[in-house]
Design a protein around this ligand. Structure first.
Ligand code: MEV
Length: 317
């Protein structure tokens, strides 16, 4: 039987993670090489609200209503029904798979949240605008991450490079020329929730130090926007290095991330930094694509478990 197929990409944050939680701007792009896929099949003979969820990656095969009300899958269903004013949902089976490594700073949870919102609404024939998908998936993200800024579900919901700032209308990224980004997985599980709450605790203890660092990250992000517009890779690389130093100072790096960042730099990358929540997960390096093979090789020798090559490009507005 053919089903309705929905996909959503992964994401990477180019500049500004963590400071974005405190109201500063950040830049993120979708990574379409990695994705969540949901296929939703109708069960014409099933009873209303009888929904089976199959997620082999996490060993889940259950009826949706048997999940705790606070489960992200249930919340996604609930927010869609609420938004559309639905009390009786047709019986169906959802199969969820993902090629996005979990706990890696690449937005696996936001990608699942966005895909679920799209799947549950489109199965009813409702094609929601990207802003609504983004808003509804934010409610799912709060279950995974506590108090997320909203950048992950926004970049994945719109599937465009974004300049994101809390409480402001999202802007889309425009670049002077495409630039290449190499992503490498440290193999250490990233812990976004723990990283965000750790930063908050330390911020509460020393607001002056942390506000200064967040402000610095905000300035770096603004400068990066200018460099992206002019396509100045050398400047952009230096800004990535500065951003990484700030992330080290707020305590969210990891020795393995630092090793990969240094390896990328010493093998010809213009610059490198951790990306996402940190404490593990992935790093990114700005590279000349002609050198991608050697840099990937060096990163793997230094312990990277996976590498992915992507591009920062202007998005059609
Ligand atoms: C996570 O991808 C990015 C953080 O800034 C958290 C957030 O913005 O919610 C670390």
């Amino acid at each position: 039987m053919t089903g309705l197929k929905i996909t959503s990409p992964a994401k990477t944050i180019l500049f500004g993670e963590h400071a974005v939680v405190y109201g500063y701007p950040a830049i993120a792009i979708p990574v379409s090489q990695l994705k969540t896929t949901i296929t939703i099949y109708p069960n014409p003979l099933g009873k209303s609200n009888d929904i089976t969820i199959i997620a082999p990656d996490i060993g889940l095969h259950k009826n949706l209503t048997s999940l705790p009300k606070t489960h992200p899958f249930f919340t996604a269903f609930d927010v869609v029904c609420h938004h559309l004013g639905i009390t009786s949902y047709p019986s169906c089976t959802l199969k969820i798979t993902s090629t996005i490594p979990i706990a890696s700073g690449l937005g696996s949870s936001a990608s699942i949240a966005v895909s679920l919102i799209k799947a549950f609404s489109q199965f009813l024939g409702a094609v929601l605008p990207p802003q609504t998908i983004t808003d509804l998936s934010y409610q799912v993200e709060t279950i995974y991450h506590g108090t997320p800024s909203g950048i992950d579900n926004t970049v994945i919901g719109f599937e465009k490079g974004v300049i994101f700032q809390k409480e402001k209308k999202v802007q889309f990224l425009e670049v002077g020329k495409p630039v290449s980004i190499l992503i490498a997985n440290s193999g250490v599980h990233g812990k976004t929730k723990e990283a965000v709450s750790g930063v908050r605790k330390r911020w509460e203890q020393d607001k002056t130090k942390y506000e200064t660092l967040f402000e610095k990250i905000g300035t770096i992000t603004q400068q990066a926007l200018d460099s992206l517009k002019t396509g100045h890779e050398i400047k952009l690389g230096l800004l990535m290095n500065e951003n990484h130093a700030c992330l080290q100072s707020i305590g969210v790096s990891h020795p393995k991330l630092d090793l990969l960042v240094n390896t990328a730099r010493s093998n010809g990358a213009f610059g490198a930094k951790l990306c996402g929540g940190g404490l593990g997960g992935n790093m990114i390096a700005l590279i000349n694509p002609d050198h991608s093979e050697e840099i990937q090789q060096a990163l793997k020798q230094a312990g990277a478990t996976q590498t992915y090559l992507t591009k920062i490009e202007s998005t059609s507005l």
